[in-house]
Design a protein. Structure first.
Length: 504
């Protein structure tokens, strides 16, 4: 199974009263003033003085809440932990600095010794002393790897098996979302359109690949369509639906599964057959037909007779546009995909990347398109295999160096278009797939933002954390051969918590 996800939906922080949030953090962890200052900074995206507040013109409820929180705490002096400590992370590095930190190293994935390429300075030596014993935890299985990067300098502070390709599970969504944002930009929206023949007697609902299309959007499309038809004196039509925007097999290689619907250019509510918005759910076997049926019913309600109902078929080349709906901006879709580990959105983003780059909109085209976009960023791809967009495919292989490097690149001041990758990461103990973790006095609650990954025998965690010295660290921990998922997750959480604690 993919990561278990928790309801509610993607932006719980936007609905949390700041006072209650403050009380929750203070009561849970017994934080000192110095520690609470760190918590405040991290809940401001851990980038309050730097990159994320320059994220760009797009906005979501989560980002607005975090910006407001950062602004409210700014007057306290930021992240000061000792005399002379900086008030927050310096601007993230440009691409060359990051590339220097991501050089090839020896595969020590089954070795407790850190990779030789890590500079032996005090910070790196300190992390080695802290992370080394934790990585020996048997709960991490038979093989594991780890990378930690200081995003402000691009320097790798720790590496163990950094370049060993491993099954990432859902942490591959970091690669998928980075690729989509690189190819399309954060403001891109996925269209769903309705076209009519010249005589208005044939109407075609055309899917553009938006898995988040819902009944409210369909109702608006039906209302606009009915208005155009009535203005033309037409009250009875032949209804078609067009899914030609995607090609290839609709079923993911794992087969029918409650974690993902058949991948279609046309669907509503991700093909869910219940009222959930995230996590496993019964799925439609034909989400396109279900969406078309719903649209036909709404047209009927709007006074347009659709006869025997919808039939599959392509829109005419010179069809007249009569209605259009646009998805939320890509930035918001990326956040939702990461926060809730949403497989349907992730696969849609891979295919949208394929369409944008001239590849076929199928699993193979998505694989090639995502890989090509990662190459543009100059990141290490030796041994990397992007088999799908969601991480459900065990043929996916990535390295800890790639995942941490992608997060460092998302913090780069020259890549503001990638910032939704950071803002979409779940917050430890509060949102998405981390809402049920870090709920004890572990010290990581609210301090860590990370993408989770879970398949049978595979557990992973990759994200960001601000240490007590104000450094924004990007990390990736991958484990395979695990036999107890909850114990493996706890071991991974301990690694991230150690970074937050900054023990030397």
């Amino acid at each position: 199974m993919d990561d278990p996800v928790k309801r509610p939906s993607i932006n719980p922080l936007s609905r949390v009263d700041r006072t209650a949030l403050t009380d929750r953090l203070g009561m849970r962890n017994g934080l000192s003033d110095r520690q609470f200052t760190a918590v405040s900074a991290v809940l401001g995206l851990a980038l309050a003085a730097g990159a994320v507040l320059a994220a760009g013109p797009w906005d979501s409820g989560q980002r607005k809440a975090e910006q407001d929180w950062a602004a409210a705490r700014a007057g306290t002096g930021g992240v000061h932990h000792e005399p002379g400590a900086p008030s927050g992370p310096a601007p993230a590095p440009s691409a060359p600095a990051v590339l220097t930190a991501l050089g090839t190293t020896t595969d020590n994935s089954n070795n407790s010794a850190p990779d030789a390429a890590v500079a032996p300075d005090g910070a790196a030596a300190g992390l080695s002393a802290v992370l080394g014993p934790l990585l020996k935890n048997p709960a991490l299985g038979t093989r594991h790897s780890a990378v930690v990067i200081d995003t402000a300098t691009g320097k790798r502070l720790y590496g163990l098996g950094a370049d060993a390709p491993m099954t990432p599970a859902s942490t591959v969504k970091i690669a998928t979302t980075v690729a989509a944002l690189t190819a399309l930009g954060p403001a891109h929206r996925i269209p769903t359109t309705v076209g009519a023949s010249a005589d208005l007697r044939t109407v075609t609902l055309v899917g553009g690949g938006d898995p988040t299309l819902d009944r409210a959007a369909l109702r608006a499309l039906a209302a606009d369509t009915a208005r155009a038809l009535k203005d033309g004196g037409v009250r009875s039509v032949r209804l078609r639906y067009d899914t030609s925007g995607y090609s290839g097999p609709a079923l993911h290689p794992i087969g029918p599964n409650e974690n993902i619907a058949p991948v279609s250019a046309l669907m509503i509510d991700e093909g869910r057959l219940d009222d959930t918005s995230s996590g496993p759910a019964p799925r439609s076997e034909d989400p396109a037909r279900d969406a078309a049926d719903a649209f036909g019913e709404l047209l009927d309600e709007a006074g347009i007779d659709t006869g025997d109902g919808p039939e599959p078929g392509r829109a005419a080349a010179k069809s007249r546009p009569v209605a259009k709906h646009l998805s939320a901006p890509l930035s918001a879709l990326v956040e939702r995909a990461l926060t809730n580990s949403d497989n349907d959105i992730a696969e849609a983003l891979a295919r949208q990347t394929a369409i944008a780059t001239g590849e076929p909109a199928d699993f193979s085209g998505g694989r090639r398109a995502v890989t090509a976009q990662l190459k543009k960023l100059g990141l290490p791809l030796k041994g990397v295999v992007i088999a799908d967009g969601s991480g459900l495919n065990r043929k996916d292989k990535v390295t800890a160096a790639l995942l941490a490097g992608l997060l460092a690149r998302a913090a780069d001041q020259d890549h503001a278009e990638l910032r939704p990758v950071l803002t979409g990461l779940p917050v430890a103990g509060f949102s998405g797939t981390l809402s049920g973790r870090y709920t004890t006095k572990s010290g990581g609650t609210g301090l860590i933002r990370a993408k989770t990954g879970t398949l049978t025998g595979v557990n992973s965690l990759s994200g960001t954390v601000v240490d007590p010295h104000g450094r924004l660290l990007a990390f990736a921990f991958l484990a395979s051969g695990t036999t107890a998922p909850s114990e493996a997750q706890s071991a991974l959480d301990s690694l991230a918590t150690a970074l937050a604690a900054g023990r030397r």
